[in-house]
Design a protein around this ligand. Structure first.
Ligand code: G16
Length: 537
């Protein structure tokens, strides 16, 4: 079999490239939705080729996650539900920028280079979030995929992690679960209900759905949980705008309540992002202060819970936690000193965290923004299973750990699965949010965005903790940081938005804000700031 170049060119001519250079960012391509049809067509082609190369189903998720509703994007999903393999990112970039008339030769070059078999059976599985632009973009993906092969499966509207889960289920012949949305709810809810102890009726939670896909999906989940949980969904997309003054990214960056939700002191609340692959917890403390429990708080809770079960069963497994530079310094210290687990710091992007987590028997990875999960290696699962069967040692803990594994969506960060994971741990520890929050205190921190002419002028090293360009910027940041108690700051170009991100933390709130704005102003000066200077509100 070969690619029918004539058909390809005729279909491709309907998807001419705009005068834009597309770059594969932190999580695939992401930009204004009206520019993306040609990219989606090309990603349909790529996914079909990847499917033939791996002889497995490949996922295409149409979403721009936390970005505004006008944006859209694409995340490609490899056979085990993980992000697209690094070496294929460059194929994705070259195809995304390839003129229609050159596509035939570009595809043939990929076929040759990878040695893939065009006769191999293949399938592209696609889904989209709730953005109005999604349907048209899905059609473009299908058109692309059909130029290479006939099989595709359109799952309609799903959360990103649901599609990751389904792809893995398909490619493991159902061993990971039933490859349907219902199968996903069933697997998670069964594990959750098995693990609950005591009075479950007490669990009430308010969910900020970011006016995105997660709002509807958590309502679906509620049906499988019966009376055990009482979920009230706010920002469910019926009136508000996607990610507009709500959702996990807004809550994390602004460190405040989302709009569209009324909260009484100590009520348990969570925020999802637009495609439900991130979650944050928050509440109002008795001092009326906003309290945020972010990805760092989740990884510390999860790691200490697993560590506890392992040590009760006297099972030695290599447990590690993966963070990025955005992790609060206190969380890293707590993990190393109190939980006593190794901590690694990698570049932003779940693909980097996921990759590193695979080095451990059990890898817990979370970005501070609430994106994360736990990965259990085959070796770990086998050991846990064998311990669960032995009656003379602590088999109870290991049976619980096996149920716990079924609660986790190991393919990627998942707001719904993470919610059930955290609730299970809180339930078993008898913790409320305040108990959890008291495990350690965060250093005050601040994230800012700086608009510059070209954010790619910022180059970073050491897991993005230092810049090498523009020349002189890092020295200025170092001077500012050294003048502040417990100060730390770094800057990096975002891979999902046209901004440079600034992070700062320090001993007090005012020192933190001063440091953040001072560093942001350095970025503005060194990297060609656009618009008004960064200024404290
Ligand atoms: C994506 C990635 C995350 C990353 C976030 C922000 O999240 O999956 O790993 O932390 O973008 O990336 P950046 O700082 O490069 O803009 P999401 O939830 O938007 O898909």
């Amino acid at each position: 079999m070969s690619i029918n170049i004539e058909t390809l060119q005729s279909v491709a001519s309907q998807y001419p490239l705009p005068a834009v250079k597309f770059t594969y960012g932190t999580a695939g391509f992401r930009t204004k939705a009206d520019l993306l049809e040609p990219v989606m067509f090309r990603m349909g082609l790529l996914a079909a080729l990847r499917s033939k190369a791996t002889q497995a189903s490949i996922g295409v998720m149409i979403t721009a996650s936390h970005n505004p509703v006008e944006d859209n994007g694409v995340k490609l999903i490899d056979p085990m539900g993980e992000m697209l393999k690094d070496s294929w990112e460059s194929y994705a970039t070259s195809l995304a920028n390839c003129r229609a008339e050159d596509l035939g030769s570009a595809l043939e070059a990929i076929v040759k280079e990878t040695g893939l078999d065009l006769n191999a059976k293949s399938c592209v599985c696609l889904a989209r979030d709730t953005r109005p632009s999604g349907l048209k973009l899905a059609e473009a993906v299908i058109e692309g995929a059909k130029c290479i092969q006939k099989d595709y499966q359109d799952y309609g509207i799903l959360s990103t992690p649901q599609l990751h889960y389904i792809v893995r289920c398909i490619n493991t012949n159902g061993q990971y679960g039933e490859p349907t949305e219902e199968g996903y709810y069933r697997k998670l809810s069964n594990a959750f209900l098995k693990l609950q102890i005591g009075d479950q009726a007490k669990l009430g939670v308010k969910v900020d759905g970011a006016n995105g896909v997660g709002a509807d999906k958590i309502k679906q989940l509620q049906k499988y949980l019966g009376n055990s949980v009482n979920i009230s969904v706010f920002n469910d997309g019926t009136s508000g705008k996607l990610n507009d003054k709500c959702g996990a990214d807004y809550v994390k960056i602004n460190q405040c309540l989302p709009e569209g939700i009324r909260v009484q002191p100590h009520e348990k609340c969570v925020s999802f992002d637009g495609d439900a692959d991130r979650i944050l917890y928050f509440y109002i403390g008795k001092d009326n202060e906003f309290k945020l429990l972010d990805g760092d708080k989740m990884s510390t809770l999860i790691a200490s819970f697993i560590k506890d079960l392992l040590s009760k069963a006297n099972l030695k497994l290599n447990l590690g936690v993966i963070q990025t530079a955005y992790a609060n310094g206190r969380s890293t210290e707590y993990l190393q000193k109190s939980v006593d687990v190794p901590v690694s710091c990698v570049k932003t992007g779940v693909k980097h965290l996921h990759h590193k987590a695979l080095e451990y028997d059990i890898g817990v990875y979370f970005e501070a923004n609430g994106h994360g999960t736990v990965i259990f290696s085959d070796v770990a699962v086998e050991k846990i299973k064998s311990y669960a069967l032995l009656s003379h040692i602590r088999s109870k803990e290991m049976s619980e750990l096996l149920d716990f594994i079924n609660l986790v969506n190991e393919t990627v960060g998942d707001a719904i699965s993470d919610f059930l994971v955290i609730e299970t741990i809180l339930n078993r520890k008898g913790y409320n949010l305040n108990d959890w929050n008291s495990m350690y205190s965060d250093l005050p921190n601040r994230q800012l965005k700086v608009k510059v002419k070209d954010r790619t002028v910022i180059k970073t090293i050491k897991a993005e903790t230092e810049t090498t360009s523009p020349e002189g910027l890092q020295e200025e940041i170092n001077k500012l940081v050294s003048a502040v108690k417990a100060g730390r700051s770094f800057v990096r170009p975002s891979g999902t938005e046209d901004v440079v991100r600034v992070y700062a933390e320090a001993e007090t709130r005012s020192l933190t804000d001063e440091l953040a704005y001072a560093v942001a102003n350095k970025v503005y000066d060194f990297a060609g700031g656009v618009g008004p200077r960064p200024q404290a509100k």
